[in-house]
Write a protein that binds this ligand. Structure first.
Ligand code: 6U4
Ligand code: NA
Ligand code: NA
Length: 158
């Protein structure tokens, strides 16, 4: 039995670039990633995605501009936690991303994404996101650096 926790993960994107943030503390510290965190009690997933993006880089996005593009499940050898991560993409938003206590934002061209300093699963599913395909993946880790096994599939709808 797994204890499931739901998380959000938001990427701001345009035709040529994607916004990543260097995580300054907590889970995934020193890795580049999208913006997000735990969905709180009495909060919808989309509201959590909006809140976390604002807290982590001060950008405001409207509900209707957030597209749910992916669903990822992470488990860890010897741990009953299942991280259920809902991935969103947005190209319309208000404000300019700024550094906060949690994240240092930076735009990357799609051909310069720093996979060596990201979660190892990212290089596996980013190609789906970049090609605007919807996806579902499950990754089972040993520690935080080694993927023991995974499944990834394109979805026709979320
Ligand atoms: P607090 O307790 O406020 O510091 P909170 O911001 O709620 O935490 P956090 O930052 O720990 O949550 O959430 C983890 C973030 O990392 C979420 O956006 C999901 C993302 N994430 C977790 N595992 C991942 C993985 N293997 N690959 C990936 N993103 C992952 O690309
Ligand atoms: Na977070
Ligand atoms: Na947070």
């Amino acid at each position: 039995m797994f204890l499931k926790k739901v998380y959000t993960l938001v990427f701001l994107r345009n035709e040529t670039q994607i916004l990543l943030g260097l995580k300054k503390r907590g889970f995934g510290v020193n890795k580049w990633n999208g913006f997000g965190g735990k969905v709180e009690q009495n909060e919808t997933i989309i509201d959590a995605a909006i809140r976390e993006l604002k807290e982590e880089c001060c950008v405001v996005v409207n509900k209707c501009d957030l597209k749910n593009i992916g669903h990822l499940e992470f488990t860890f050898e010897g741990d009953s936690l299942l991280m259920d991560v809902r991935v969103f993409s947005a190209s319309n938003y208000q404000g300019v991303p700024v550094e906060t206590e949690e994240m240092a934002p930076k735009w990357y061209g799609y051909d310069e994404v720093p996979f060596d300093n990201m979660w190892p699963d990212d290089r596996i599913w980013f190609p789906y996101m970049v090609k605007n395909k919807l996806f579902f993946g499950k990754f089972h880790y040993k520690g935080f650096d080694t993927i023991l096994n995974y499944e990834l599939q394109e979805l026709k709808s979320m």
